[in-house]
Design a protein around this ligand. Structure first.
Ligand SMILES: CC(C)(COP(=O)(O)OP(=O)(O)OC[C@H]1O[C@@H](n2cnc3c(N)ncnc32)[C@H](O)[C@@H]1OP(=O)(O)O)[C@@H](O)C(=O)NCCC(=O)NCCS
Length: 208
């Protein structure tokens, strides 16, 4: 396991390159929003169903890893059992698992806030389900569930490590990009959440 001891603040150049401390990754994050529910676009898929996500922490983490490993998702894995249980039982979180023929193939999570806003906190399919129209079906469901409540806007953010078509997919889904940020965080493989080989074809581990 990597022992990160970098400084808390990194002087970041506003133009040009900034070296990252060992064990860290940098994300270019794009924030997008949609303020009105766009019309549904997917074809009818009787083979797909959305069900409430399990509260079994290990089953949840297993699905999260199946979907997120390739994209180095870490957020939920970094939570302790108590914190993850609290998150999943938060009444403001709508977490749905996508089933095809009884198999879990996707995850969609909406976090509703008290100020009338909501965030599409997680949205993804297992790798073998990507690219066949299922993402569009899941997005229709996410938008319908989000705007079934009186929200002023639905936000999402996606980053460098997500699917390369994610921003374009969200734009085609009616979202408008409104902000970018750089996020510096631990490499989840060096932090012990995934094996070193995970996602190495796109992002090999750099050990410094
Ligand atoms: C983002 C993600 C859910 C999108 O799912 P996807 O399977 O790639 O998307 P789809 O194949 O459903 O949609 C892509 C387009 O192809 C079309 N399409 C492709 N195959 C199709 C088929 N067999 N039948 C109908 N439509 C099809 C879709 O209608 C859609 O067109 P549109 O955008 O113009 O409506 C998926 O890439 C993913 O899970 N990525 C990993 C996690 C991630 O990056 N999440 C986002 C960041 S948080």
């Amino acid at each position: 396991m990597h022992d990160p001891s970098p400084p808390a603040f990194l002087p970041c150049r506003i133009d040009g390159y900034t070296d990252l401390p060992p064990g860290k990754l940098a994300n270019l994050v794009t924030y997008l929003e949609v303020t009105r529910p766009p019309p549904p676009r997917a074809t009818v898929r009787p083979d797909l169903a959305l069900v409430e996500t399990t509260r079994d922490l290990e089953a949840y983490r297993a699905l999260y890893r199946r979907i997120g490993a390739r994209w180095l998702w870490m957020g939920r894995l970094a939570l302790s059992d108590a914190a993850l249980a609290r998150t999943l039982s938060d009444p403001r979180l709508v977490s749905r698992t996508l089933l095809r023929g009884g198999d879990a193939i996707g995850l969609m999570e909406l976090q509703f806030e008290e100020d009338g806003e909501a965030e599409l906190a997680y949205f993804g399919l297992v790798p073998e389900a990507i690219g066949g129209g299922i993402g569009r079906w899941l997005m229709d469901a996410a938008l319908a569930q989000a705007f079934a409540r009186p929200i002023a806007r639905l936000m999402v953010h996606t980053c460098t490590f997500d699917h390369p078509d994610a921003v374009a997919f969200y734009v085609r889904s009616g979202f408008r990009p409104y902000k970018r940020a750089i996020e510096i965080h631990d490499d989840p493989r060096l932090a012990g959440y995934y094996p070193h080989e995970t996602a190495a074809e796109r992002w090999p581990v750099v050990e410094g």
